[in-house]
Design a protein around this ligand. Structure first.
Ligand SMILES: [Zn+2]
Length: 169
């Protein structure tokens, strides 16, 4: 222990999230004498978000601020945005608060909020489909697509519902 004073500072903190090592810039407290630094209880929520954002940046995912900005560009409330994406409002709140979103939902957010990305994706998709159409389809592939067993599987899976009801009573 030293007699230094803990002062609020922007500090660099080493941390790890989902096995990714991160250097996080966050608000913390630092001793003006020995340089000991820490994050106080009152700074923990902000720190949690900083860690999540550092992770998201490292993984190429939208950060909390970017998600809020994307929603803001569309002038949507959290509820409207949740409906628009087809998720619960709790998810939107968690992401904006600092919980890391699934990669699939990150992709969905980009496709539905960023016209440039959506156009790029559509272009890519069209090119790919066009290229596949040009390629001669093997007769085995074509036969598989029309295989009757796919339909009979679907029929049999819906079958037991009715019979199960009568068996239960
Ligand atoms: Zn000290």
């Amino acid at each position: 222990m030293c007699d230094g004073q803990m002062r609020e500072r922007l500090i660099w903190q080493e941390d790890e999230l989902k096995s990714v090592k991160l250097r996080v810039r966050t608000r913390g407290v630092k001793c003006d004498q020995c340089g000991y630094q820490s994050v106080s209880v009152g700074q923990m929520a902000e720190y949690g978000r900083a860690v999540a954002d550092a992770y998201r940046q490292a993984q190429g995912l939208l950060t909390s601020a970017e998600i809020r900005a994307a929603r803001g560009r569309l002038d949507m409330s959290q509820q409207e945005f949740a409906d628009y994406l087809g998720v619960g409002i709790a998810s939107v709140k968690r992401w904006e608060w600092g919980q890391v979103q699934e990669k699939s939902l990150d992709r969905l957010m980009r496709l539905l909020t960023d016209a440039v990305q959506a156009e790029r994706s559509a272009r890519h998709l069209r090119t790919r489909v066009r290229r596949l159409k040009r390629r001669p389809v093997g007769s085995a592939d074509a036969a598989q697509l029309r295989h009757p067993s796919a339909r009979s599987i679907a029929r049999s899976s819906s079958g037991p519902r009715g019979s199960g009801k009568t068996a239960a009573r």
